[in-house]
Design a protein around this ligand. Structure first.
Ligand SMILES: NC(=O)c1ccc[n+]([C@@H]2O[C@H](COP(=O)([O-])OP(=O)(O)OC[C@H]3O[C@@H](n4cnc5c(N)ncnc54)[C@H](OP(=O)(O)O)[C@@H]3O)[C@@H](O)[C@H]2O)c1
Length: 288
């Protein structure tokens, strides 16, 4: 007999409990309400190259997308956790650039990758934090698509709310240039067929934005390419207390898709920070 609890328990927006804190780098000037909810947040001091972090939510059994129509978003994984959304907004608020793949945009077509879109209740605090960091406009939203098969009428491209960069192949750029894009959308091509190297994507991003903090929000195929080239510095990972299950051979995605590391080239991280929000864990791993 199956034991089912059909209603996800949405924990209230209470402060996270810091179990283990990374004390390196520079403490960021979080406004009072954010500091109360998250605790302290530090980031490494800016070096010559940008610091590249990723943020995901996963179930206990490693599923990041149910891949079911109407239930393919991160909220289905987190159980609509407001604490997860608060952290998502926080990381976007401090980022200069947010990178996502075309599959993630396809799953959440009306979303824009800003802090306030992640968690509108804290929009004022996120804005204060950005201003204190000297970052005035929204983070550059970067969409990665080899094919260039993107709908330029989606809000991310058409609303003018955020600066957008599409990184694509030469063929993809040709396809995209057939359509009129809004003035806030820039298209840059990498000389590549199909899958582009993560380092080439970053090179294109840096020509448009010289900011030092890049946030990769996935999805799993894009993230796989970043891990494959060893250019990701940190993984923020929310562990949601849900077992999603999967059939043999079904298309439920795990954190990384399209790349295999272990046992030949295993990728090991170091836990540098750990917080708890009810039964959710907020992990931060470093991949030096
Ligand atoms: N749980 C979480 O935290 C979380 C986070 C993010 C996403 N997700 C979920 O993950 C699912 C989407 O997974 P996904 O793996 O399809 O997402 P994805 O990595 O965002 O999208 C894959 C697509 O992006 C483009 N792409 C990615 N890397 C590329 C590269 N190196 N070179 C060229 N093109 C590249 C390709 O687009 P073209 O086909 O146009 O060439 C590819 O088909 C969604 O259900 C989403 O909600 C979950």
């Amino acid at each position: 007999m199956s034991r089912r609890n059909p209603t996800p328990r949405t924990p209230p927006l209470t402060p996270l409990v810091t179990l283990f804190e990374w004390k390196g780098g520079r403490a960021l000037p979080l406004p009072v309400r954010l500091a109360r909810l998250y605790g302290n947040l530090s980031m490494p001091l800016a070096g010559a190259r940008p610091h590249i972090i990723s943020n995901f939510v996963t179930t206990l059994d490693g599923v990041v997308s149910l891949n079911v129509k109407g239930h393919a978003s991160g909220s289905d994984i987190s159980g609509f956790s407001v604490q997860d959304r608060m952290v998502m907004g926080l990381l976007r608020a401090i980022a200069d650039v947010v990178i996502i793949g075309a599959g993630t945009l396809g799953a959440d077509q009306h979303h824009i990758w800003t802090a306030e879109d992640a968690f509108p209740d804290l929009a004022d605090e996120y804005r204060q934090l950005r201003t204190a960091l000297g970052k005035h406009e929204s983070p550059l939203n970067v969409i990665v698509s080899g094919s260039g098969q993107l709908d330029l009428d989606l809000p991310i491209f058409a609303s003018g709310k955020v600066p957008v960069l599409i990184v694509t192949t030469t063929a993809g750029a040709k396809r995209l240039h057939k359509h009129k894009a809004s003035d806030v959308v820039e298209i840059r091509a990498v000389r590549s067929v199909g899958v582009m190297r993560a380092s080439s994507i970053i090179n294109q991003v840096r020509r448009v934005n010289v900011g030092k903090l890049i946030l990769v929000e996935g999805g799993p195929r894009l993230l796989g390419d970043f891990y494959a080239e060893g250019i990701l510095d940190e993984q923020f990972l929310t562990l949601a207390p849900q077992i999603a299950g999967r059939n043999i051979d079904d298309r439920r995605f795990s954190l990384i898709m399209g790349q295999k590391f272990a046992p030949r080239s295993p990728v090991w991280g170091t836990l540098v920070d750990l917080r708890r929000g009810d039964s959710h864990l907020f992990l931060r791993y470093s991949f030096p």
